[in-house]
Design a protein around this ligand. Structure first.
Ligand SMILES: *Cc1c(COP(=O)(O)O)cnc(C)c1O
Length: 461
């Protein structure tokens, strides 16, 4: 018997109770949080779909591995176990642990910026990646395929790099001004959409032609491999491990937020294929920022949990269930007519709030309106990815209009069941049926940088 959405491939042997609140309480709690879901206490949230970063559940093997964690400052056994796991999976020679993905970016990205006026080119730079490119004195250019913005139509690999855009950009800026090419897999900012092997291979070829390095931003390397196996001709009979190995073979370096497919709550990775000089530079740089190169801000026990997590992420039944959960939620919403990005990606369902609440203009933040309404309805916390997140133009100080107004329902790994997702779906569908009652928001207090985290709002009557 084939299950449409496979059941949890695990039994639950430890439980964390979650608190339910009443609708009256939630109206008050949200008001006290300045109508900004980031300011809610997690204890006041019933189902938390704010992020999939560091929010997953560890396995019994990971908890067991933590017991053998070796807390030596230099050269711990934990470090060598993690290094061996990274070598086995990625096939790279050099490895440095860091405390999370942005630590990897902070240490690695400046190393390739050798003069002023340089550029990194990515399919799409994740927010922190862009920030570190800019902090390194370079600029970030995104060259994602146009399919990415075709919200409601199916494309296999909406996360791909647009190859013509990439080539034209290299030629226009001059290859000597390109610091490196970044492949974000899956493409987080494009909705966790996958990147095909063929695309990674072509980017490698272009990089070789111009003498450039390819950096894989591999936070969701295993989820991306699962999509390749499922959708790309010639990969159906390959194992996830083989696919990951091939993906990595086209890169020169691999940066990772291990809070995603590393299946840990904190951790990150810098791996370098064979450039000893680059490795030495990173190793020198990591000391003042993250710590000695054999711990890089992590406990020995964290490194052991990660060594196990990286392997577990390659398990096909685990991946199938993970992605089935995202699909299940997406299918329930689509069946009810709720506009979502289709197909869903690997870690979240993105609700198209421009179509959901077309009567709310971008500067009154339609996706915030929907996000707040589902919190009030069911205690579900999602996050706005739209014009609020985008911020103001630094020169004109006007609100920038985002191409898409999305509400992200991000699914943590191994944390919730399909029943929880039914609660989420029911809440979103209920709000959709009452969408004409939704009202926009205006600022009560607007913080000047990364305003979505700390600003407060009031509803517009
Ligand atoms: C999360 C993420 C990062 C940043 O990692 P942190 O662990 O949050 O610092 C970088 N790139 C991608 C693609 C990510 O998803």
């Amino acid at each position: 018997m084939k299950q449409k959405y496979i059941a949890e491939p695990y039994r639950i042997k430890m439980v964390e109770p979650i608190r339910e609140t009443t609708k009256e309480e939630r109206i008050e709690l949200l008001k006290n949080a300045g109508y900004n879901p980031f300011s809610l206490k997690s204890d006041d949230v019933y189902i938390d779909l704010l992020t999939d970063s560091g929010t997953g559940a560890m396995s019994q093997e990971q908890w067991a591995a933590m017991m053998i964690g070796d807390e030596a400052y230099a050269g711990s056994r934990s470090f060598y176990r993690l290094e061996a796991a990274v070598r086995t999976i990625m096939g790279y020679e050099y490895f440095i642990p860091v405390h999370q993905g942005r630590g990897a970016e902070k240490v690695f990205l400046p190393q390739l910026v050798t003069k002023p006026g340089m550029f990194y080119i990515a399919n799409i730079h994740f927010d922190t990646t862009r920030a570190h490119v800019e902090l390194a004195g370079a600029r970030a250019i995104d060259c994602v395929v146009p399919d990415c913005y075709d919200i409601e139509h199916y494309h296999d690999f909406k996360g791909n790099m647009c190859l013509s855009c990439l080539e034209e950009t290299i030629i226009e800026k001059g290859k000597e001004n390109i610091a490196g090419l970044i492949m974000t897999v899956t493409n987080n900012s494009a909705g966790g959409q996958p990147v095909s092997m063929a695309n990674i291979k072509e980017v490698r070829k272009i990089a070789d032609r111009f003498g450039l390095k390819v950096i894989i931003d591999g936070a969701r390397y295993a989820e991306n491999a699962f999509f390749i196996k499922e959708r790309e001709l010639g990969y159906q009979d390959k194992s996830i491990k083989e696919i990951v190995f091939e993906m990595c073979s086209y890169g020169d370096a691999f940066l990772m937020s291990a809070k995603k497919d590393g299946l840990v709550n904190m951790g990150g990775i810098i791996a370098i294929k064979n450039d000893k000089e680059l490795f030495d530079k990173c190793r020198t740089y990591v000391v003042p920022y993250e710590g000695f190169p054999t711990y890089g801000g992590l406990n020995g026990r964290d490194m052991d949990a990660l060594a196990v997590g990286l392997m577990e992420a390659l398990d096909e039944r685990y991946l199938r269930h993970r992605i089935d959960q995202v699909r299940y939620l997406g299918d329930r919403l689509r069946d009810a007519g709720v506009p979502i990005q289709f197909p869903v990606g690997g870690h979240a369902v993105f609700v198209d709030c421009k179509a959901f609440a077309p009567h709310i203009p971008f500067y009154e933040f339609p996706a915030l309106a929907v996000t707040n309404a589902i919190y009030i309805e069911a205690g579900v916390r999602a996050v706005e990815i739209g014009s609020l997140l985008l911020g103001r133009d630094p020169d004109t100080h006007k609100n920038k209009e985002s191409k898409m107004e999305l509400m992200r329902l991000t699914i943590p790994r191994r944390l919730y069941t399909y029943n929880h997702l039914d609660v989420v779906a029911d809440a979103v569908i209920h709000v959709y049926e009452h969408r004409h009652e939704l009202k926009g928001y205006t600022f009560e207090y607007e913080s000047s940088i990364l305003r979505h985290f700390t600003s407060t709002f009031k509803p517009i009557d």
